[in-house]
Ligand binder design. Structure first.
Ligand SMILES: [Fe+2]
Ligand SMILES: [Fe+2]
Length: 331
């Protein structure tokens, strides 16, 4: 039939066009060029990026909570000012990343809705409690340290807006890592009680930090495709190993030990061997059964509801601006 034939022809033409686009996309990725928002990209590439950037953005804003818990109890004005700046930075990181996700056509409202309803995840690390002041130091040194190890390679991610957001974020993460290290050093060199507090915090945060790199390579569902697309540059296990090798000498300088009896230098590999990770704990926390999952999400939903008037006011102001300068001002 004529219509069916015409339809078939169109489909074939579309296929040829898509094929050409796909070829151009693959060539750009292979040549280390950046993919920009208006470029053609495979649907799965777009979906992978939105999922990853959303999870990353959610982690930044949920990650404000465990440390904000200590702002009112910081031991000095200097420590309070540093901690407030750090927590604000994390809010900023969330904003860069939600904006980067918006360039792919997914709005912030939709992503926040998925976070609040539990349909999208955030990093499992933020479901652990901050029990003492030393936890602020351990988070800065280990959690921000692990984040940097993960994120520096993302500065070369094939998607332009994500890569550029990461450049800025990594600079701020370096400050976070240094402040954590410096805080722990002060405690470690302090009284016996302060030293013990620092050691206890490191004992509790070490293993969850290693889990931040995600499941072992042979169980990582999305890794291979993300590496082909140059969203990801190194495997989970490779980054985890890199992090362990960085931390061991730093722990020695801090005068603290890492809670792993199997941790030792392997001359042959030129790297550190370390003990097995308890992946059942990781899976439980991911499932929502960590010590603070409930508390973090409840607090996030409450903050969103309490901020409704700010969003409404900002939208009303923006609407006034678009209806026209002076007239808008008088309205
Ligand atoms: Fe951050
Ligand atoms: Fe940070």
């Amino acid at each position: 039939m004529a219509t069916a034939a015409a339809h078939e022809t169109r489909t074939a033409e579309e296929d040829t066009t898509t094929g050409a686009y796909e070829h151009a996309f693959d060539a750009a990725v292979a040549a280390e060029e950046r993919i920009e928002p208006r470029d053609w990209m495979p649907d799965a590439y777009r979906a992978t990026l939105v999922r990853q950037m959303a999870q990353h953005a959610h982690s930044e804003i949920i990650g404000m909570q465990p440390e904000a818990n200590w702002i009112t109890r910081a031991p000095s004005l200097r420590r309070k000012a540093i901690l407030m700046a750090k927590v604000q930075d994390e809010a900023g990181h969330g904003l860069y990343l939600y904006s980067a996700a918006e360039t792919l056509g997914t709005g912030r409202d939709e992503l926040l809705d998925k976070l609040h309803s539990g349909r999208q995840k955030y990093s499992s690390i933020f479901n652990y409690p901050t029990l003492t002041w030393a936890d602020v130091g351990a988070i800065g040194w280990l959690v921000d340290g692990a984040a940097i190890t993960n994120q520096v390679p993302l500065c070369r991610c094939s998607y332009g807006p994500y890569a550029r957001a990461m450049v800025r974020i990594c600079k701020e993460e370096s400050f976070h890592q240094r402040q954590g290290y410096e805080l722990l050093l002060a405690l470690s060199r302090g009284t016996a009680e302060q030293h013990a507090m620092a050691q206890d915090a490191v004992d509790r945060w070490w293993w969850p930090s290693l889990m931040m790199f995600g499941p072992p390579d042979d169980e990582s569902a999305h890794s291979a495709q993300s590496m082909t697309w140059k969203i990801k540059r190194h495997s989970n296990d490779e980054l985890r190993q890199r992090f362990v090798d960085i931390c061991v000498p730093q722990a020695a300088s801090l005068g603290l030990t890492l809670p792993d009896p199997e941790l030792r230098w392997n001359e042959e590999r030129g790297r550190h061997d370390f003990g097995p990770i308890d992946w059942s704990e990781f899976r439980e926390v991911l499932k929502g059964n960590g010590p603070c999952n409930e508390q973090r999400l409840t607090q996030r939903r409450r903050a969103h509801e309490e901020g409704a008037w700010v969003r409404e006011a900002a939208a009303a102001y923006a609407a006034k601006q678009t209806t026209g300068g002076a007239e808008g001002e008088r309205a």
